[in-house]
Design a binder for this molecule. Structure first.
Ligand code: COA
Ligand code: MG
Length: 296
C-alpha cells in the first residue's frame, strides 16, 4: 500500500531560468518539474542541465516532490540528461514522448546501467498518437519494484501538434485521449496529471479547465506560471463539505447496527460500501494535503 502524495499542482520550471529555480522554493506547489526539454532552447541545454543539478544538490525545496524532465529517448541530449538527473537524485524522472511499453523497458534499463537508486520513480509524458493507442500497455508495464511508473503527464500541446486536433476551450477534440489515459492509469495505479493551459492570463478559462480535469478524474494539473497555483490547488482539494460528508459515511458504516450491511441510508441518501471506500480516500487525500501522512 502506498502513502498518498498530493499531486494537485505540478509546476514546470525551465532549467535555464535561474530565477525560476530559486523561486520554486517559496511557491505553494505540490511538485516541481525541472525542465530540460521543451522550455529550454537547444543552445541552453548544457547550462540548464548544470543549473538543475546544482539546484537539487543545494536543496531547500522542502517536501515538494522534485521531478526532472529529460529530453526524449531519440534526442542527442537524452543520455547526458539522464546521467545528470540520476546524479541529482530527484523523486522522479519524467521522460517525454513515451509511446510503447518497450520505451519504458529501455528507460528502466538505462537507469539500471547508470546505477540509479531504485527509489527514483518514472513519470511518462503521454503526448504522441502512438501513446494514445498503447496507453493500456504502457500502463501495464508500470507496476514494478524499481523505477515504478508513478504518473502520466498529459502533453496536450504535443498531442495537438501530432494529431492536428485543435486546442480550444472545453477541449472536445481531446476528451477521448484524456479519458483513455485516465482509464489506463487507474487500471494500474498510476496517477494522471493534466496538461498545461497556455493562456495563463485567462483566469476564468484556466479555472474551468482545472475543474474539467478534476471532473474527468485527473489527480492534478501541470502549470506554467505561479499565478496558476492557488486556483489549481483549490480545485483539486476536496472541499470541507466533501470531507465532512465522507466522515459521516465512514462513521455511519461503523455503527454497530450497520455492521455487515452493503447499503444504508445517510441523510436520506442511499450509500453503499463503495461510497465508504471513496469516502476513506477523500479523507486520506485531505489529510495528506494538510501534511499528515496516512496509508491509502
Ligand atoms: N516557475 C517559477 N517561477 C516562475 C515561473 C515558473 N514556471 N514562471 C514565472 N515565474 C516567476 C518569474 O521568475 C517572476 O519572478 P519574480 O517577479 O520574482 O522575478 C514571476 O514569476 C512573474 O513572472 P512573469 O513576469 O509574470 O512571467 P514571465 O513573463 O517572465 O514568463 C512564461 C512567462 C510563460 C515565459 C514563464 O512563466 C515560463 O517560462 N513558464 C514555464 C514554461 C515551461 O516550462 N514550459 C514547458 C512546459 S509546457
Ligand atoms: Mg511535449
Amino acid at each position: 500500500m502506498d502513502t498518498h502524495r498530493p499531486r494537485r499542482s505540478v509546476l514546470y520550471m525551465p532549467g535555464s531560468k535561474e530565477r525560476a529555480l530559486q523561486k520554486g522554493k517559496e511557491l505553494q506547489t505540490d511538485a516541481i518539474i525541472f525542465d530540460l526539454e521543451d522550455a529550454v532552447a537547444p543552445d541552453m541545454k548544457d547550462i540548464a542541465r548544470t543549473q538543475v543539478q546544482e539546484a537539487l544538490s543545494a536543496g531547500g525545496y522542502g517536501n515538494r516532490e522534485l521531478v526532472i524532465r529529460v529530453n526524449g529517448l531519440s534526442t542527442p541530449w537524452y543520455k547526458d540528461d539522464l546521467k545528470a538527473a540520476v546524479n541529482a537524485n530527484p523523486d522522479a524522472i519524467l521522460v517525454p514522448k513515451v509511446s510503447t511499453s518497450d520505451d519504458v523497458k529501455m528507460i528502466r534499463d538505462n537507469l539500471a546501467s547508470l546505477g540509479a537508486p531504485k527509489s527514483i520513480d518514472l513519470w511518462a509524458m503521454m503526448e504522441t498518437p502512438l501513446a494514445m493507442l498503447n496507453a493500456g500497455q504502457i500502463a501495464q508495464s508500470g507496476p514494478s519494484d524499481s523505477y515504478r511508473l508513478r504518473a502520466f503527464v498529459m502533453g496536450t500541446n504535443d498531442l495537438a501538434k501530432e494529431t492536428r486536433a485543435v486546442l480550444k476551450e472545453g477541449r472536445e477534440p481531446m476528451l477521448a485521449w484524456l479519458s483513455i489515459c485516465i482509464a489506463a492509469g487507474r487500471a494500474f495505479d498510476i496517477d494522471i496529471i493534466d496538461g498545461v493551459y497556455n493562456d495563463f492570463k485567462n483566469e476564468q478559462g484556466f479555472f474551468q479547465e482545472c475543474e474539467q480535469g478534476r471532473d474527468l478524474g485527473m489527480d492534478g494539473k501541470t502549470l506554467i506560471h505561479p499565478s496558476q497555483l492557488a486556483p489549481c490547488n483549490q480545485v483539486f482539494s476536496p472541499t470541507r463539505e466533501a470531507v465532512e460528508w465522507a466522515q459521516k459515511i465512514i462513521e455511519a458504516f461503523e455503527q454497530p447496527e450497520n455492521q455487515g450491511k452493503g447499503a444504508i441510508t445517510v441523510d436520506g441518501k442511499m450509500v453503499e460500501l463503495l461510497h465508504a471506500e471513496m469516502a476513506k480516500r477523500t479523507v486520506v487525500i485531505a489529510k495528506a494535503i494538510a501534511g499528515q501522512t496516512t496509508d491509502l
